[in-house]
Design a protein around this ligand. Structure first.
Ligand code: KG4
Ligand code: ZN
Length: 348
């Protein structure tokens, strides 16, 4: 099928608890990127409830599709290709977005692209950059993943290491829960940490000297759990010393950030890369952004941070990867199913 040089791509992201639709023209002209967050729905449970998430995707998608096309100012009939996240994620959530995108592709006789959510995050720091995707060490830090990748080019990825237990965002959210903060804990801890003393409590930097690129954050979470009664911080009892809470947040955040920064820089050195690309929800963290900015400047490394709108789950990053895949002549057969355990495994 002959495609225009700047094809119009409509992408859907429903891997977890955000319903998102984006419309992209060519490589970088983002015409619409709409996200309907389900945070309020899941807040009451303190985490994502899979069945509630998929039902909500079904409710949100029809109007969000209309809204995105209207914002983009393009009729559905002009879309050249349809994309959706095909994994990893919650099976019942992934199915909704993929089924809708496949249905549209089939109905309109256009190509379908199933996109790896992790690849969306990985390449999001390159979005809009004139030099495009280029060799780098990529760190994905989100609610579900902490992953270091050596990136030689588009679809040339080598996995360097990942977390052995909790993802960094999961650790933020679990510690947030321990501290009695609203879900998700990450942004709350970030906010409180800004006025806290990161040196007040000495928390473990797990696997910092392990000599490989694996991470572990569950011990840190346990350390915070044991710390709280020792310092007399009881989140259930309101009116405690607010500075104590800020200092715990700052000390916890500093421990996570130090491990992420040091291991990523070590990876850049070993892989001989001059560029570091950070993505995923946790890359919104102000302490992490500052620490990476400082450390990369000291070592003369180029730092690419995903723009805030592309850090947390969104469909623009899925559309962007679909655009690259289309340009490389790729598409996905409609028979190809979603895969909740999809790994990032393109090795070129
Ligand atoms: O990438 P994302 O939206 O979803 C996944 O693919 O997992 O990441 C969500 C995660 C949550 O754990 C949330 O707490 C965390 O990103 N997060 C943050 C911040 N903003 C979002 N963590 C630390 N600091 C933040 N400012
Ligand atoms: Zn994500």
């Amino acid at each position: 099928m002959k495609l225009p040089s700047c094809p119009l791509i409509l992408a859907i992201e429903t891997s977890c608890d955000e319903t998102a639709v984006a419309v992209l023209r060519g490589r970088a002209e983002l015409l619409a990127s709409e996200v309907a967050s389900q945070i309020d729905l899941h807040k009451v449970y303190g985490g994502v409830v899979p069945e509630a998430a998929s039902r909500q995707h079904l409710r949100e998608l029809p109007w969000l599709l209309d809204h995105a096309l209207e914002t983009a100012g393009v009729p559905l009939g002009q879309v050249d290709a349809f994309a959706a996240t095909s994994g990893p994620g919650l099976a019942s959530s992934l199915m909704i977005g993929a089924a809708v995108a496949k249905g549209l592709a089939l109905g309109k006789g256009k190509p379908y692209l199933g996109i790896n959510h992790l690849e969306g995050h990985l390449l999001s720091p390159f979005f809009g950059s004139e030099r495009g995707v280029r060799p780098a060490v990529g760190l994905i830090v989100s609610g579900g993943h902490t992953l270091l990748i050596d990136l030689a080019g588009f679809r040339q990825y080598r996995r360097l290491g990942s977390t052995l237990d909790d993802a960094a965002g999961e650790a933020f959210d679990k510690v947030g829960k321990l501290l009695g903060l609203p879900y998700p804990g990450g942004p709350e801890i970030d906010r409180l940490a800004r006025e806290g003393d990161p040196a007040r409590f000495d928390l473990p930097r797990s696997m910092l000297g392990s000599g490989d690129f694996a991470f572990s954050f569950s011990g840190l979470k346990t350390a915070v759990r044991y710390l709280l009664p020792r310092i007399g911080l009881d989140p259930a009892a309101s009116g405690g010393e607010p500075q104590l809470l800020r200092d715990v947040c700052a000390s916890f955040q500093a421990a996570v950030v130090e491990v992420l920064v040091k291991k990523t820089l070590l990876a850049a050195r070993e892989a001989r890369r001059d560029t570091v690309a950070i993505s995923g929800g946790v890359s919104m963290n102000s302490g992490l952004r500052e620490a990476f900015t400082r450390a990369c400047a000291e070592r003369g490394l180029e730092l690419l941070l995903a723009s805030p709108a592309l850090c947390t789950d969104n469909a623009a990053m899925i559309a962007a990867v679909a655009g690259l895949a289309l340009a490389a002549g790729m598409s996905t057969p409609l028979e190809e199913d979603i895969n909740p355990n999809l790994v990032l495994a393109y090795i070129g």
